[in-house]
Design a protein around this ligand. Sequence first.
Ligand code: ZN
Length: 60
Amino acid sequence: MLMEVTCRCGWSTRGLESEVIAGIQAHAKAEHDIKLSADDVRAVWRVVAEGPPIDEPGSG
Ligand SMILES: [Zn+2]
């Protein structure tokens, strides 16, 4: 399952849960001097649907 989280500044990242947590923690520290906990990240992230979009057959 992929997750995505967007910072208040507009920066965003997506990936595996552990990657997203580590990614925005590093961003928040580097860009905003904020220390985020994993729970902070879990409170704001959203699930990204995996797989290609489903096209209806018969057209095109
Ligand atoms: Zn930011």
